[in-house]
Design a protein around this ligand. Structure first.
Ligand SMILES: [Zn+2]
Length: 364
């Protein structure tokens, strides 16, 4: 065959217009191209264009299939007009005549995204109502009100915080839900009881949870009024140390547990990861302190650090909140009322929710 004729045949094949076929679920376009010639699909400002090495006769074709609206051929380009959400798959087949190959473009609707993304994991908040069972915590007798016990108030407030948080989709775990401590019931030794009790509570601040809030009621030698929130650290002043000794069991037990916690705190402060966690604890403390003081209309006595045993094992942001003074003539009486306890609970819950939604703390 004369060489000129071969060239002419190839050229005429290459110049053929694309063929379009409609199929169930996809539209197929086929082009015959000269063997060895290249093609590429490019995105030109949102329009899909097929670039070729051979020029085709100009054409503007309306296809109107569920996948392809139409295409326009201009020189060496084929501009494709796809419907939204359509994907293109290309592949090549042997040519039907020697010296050619077939380029196939299949247009198909992209697979629908999986029904629904799974819900993001829900935050889990550990609430620790201080004291319980044989350990009443702070106590005070008001004429007409009888004996008020810290353990009763902390449990009631914790249950109220739980209800508020759960209504917001937050999971809540309580260290105790009844009037009990967490020590083995047959342990007679006071020191061992307190140690076992606090250890069990503290161990619940594990990484499977999101944050830990221990709830307590203050009591002072000289009646004071207001709320305080603590995170783990060295006591900066005698007041914080007094509180740590008291909340760590009081008396000799409290002093011993406080010394132990101080030793551990020094170690914690050298650990970078623990430091980061402490910084989150401080932020959580700040949010709870501010919201609680406002909601309970109780003076803001500030955020402090103290060697509190119940916070010592925390691998998540962990704080201890003192919701008021039981032996203050007004505040103590207020803490006996459901209305004030509800206000206290709302303040704590708001602080927690604010912390959970703050950019500072990336909830995973
Ligand atoms: Zn307490």
């Amino acid at each position: 065959m004369p060489r000129l004729l071969v060239l002419f045949l190839l050229a005429s094949l290459a110049l053929a217009n694309p063929r379009v076929g409609l199929h169930q679920g996809f539209t197929r376009m086929v082009l015959d191209l000269p063997q060895g010639s290249h093609y590429r699909l490019v995105d030109r400002e949102g329009r899909l264009v097929l670039e070729l090495e051979a020029a085709l006769p100009p054409a503007q074709v309306r296809v109107d299939s569920p996948e392809l609206l139409g295409y326009r051929v201009a020189g060496k380009t084929v501009e494709l007009r796809l419907r939204p959400g359509v994907e293109v798959r290309t592949f090549v087949l042997e040519g039907t005549t020697p010296g050619t190959y077939r380029l196939v473009l299949d247009f198909k609707k992209a697979a629908a995204p999986k029904a629904r993304k799974p819900d993001p994991p829900r935050p889990v908040v550990v609430l620790d109502p201080g004291h319980g069972g044989p350990d009443p915590g702070a106590t005070h007798v008001f004429p007409g009100l009888g004996l008020l016990m810290e353990k009763t108030i902390t449990l009631d407030v914790a249950l109220r915080v739980k209800r508020i948080l759960e209504a917001k989709g937050v999971r809540v775990v309580l260290t105790r839900a009844t009037d009990t401590d967490l020590a083995p019931p047959d342990e007679p030794d006071l020191w061992k009881r307190k140690l076992a009790d606090l250890k069990k509570r503290a161990r619940m601040a594990d990484p499977k949870k999101t944050l830990f809030v221990s709830i307590h009621v203050n009591s002072a030698p000289r009646p004071a009024r207001g709320v305080e929130t603590y995170y783990l650290g060295r006591a900066a002043d005698p007041e914080a140390l007094r509180l740590a000794v008291w909340e760590n069991g009081g008396g000799e037990v409290g002093r011993r547990l406080t010394r132990e916690t101080e030793t551990l705190t020094d170690k914690v402060l050298k650990d970078l990861l623990a430091q980061a966690n402490l910084s989150f604890s401080e932020q959580l403390a700040g949010k709870i302190e501010a919201r609680l003081s406002q909601a309970a209309a109780s003076p803001d006595r500030g955020v402090h650090s103290a060697p509190l045993y119940v916070l010592r094992y925390a691998r998540i942001p962990a704080v201890l909140v003192e919701v008021g003074f039981l032996n203050h003539p007004q505040e103590g009486r207020a803490l006996a009322t459901p209305a004030h306890r509800q206000a206290v609970a709302e303040g704590i819950a708001e602080g927690i929710l604010q912390f959970l939604s703050s950019g500072a703390y990336a909830f995973k």
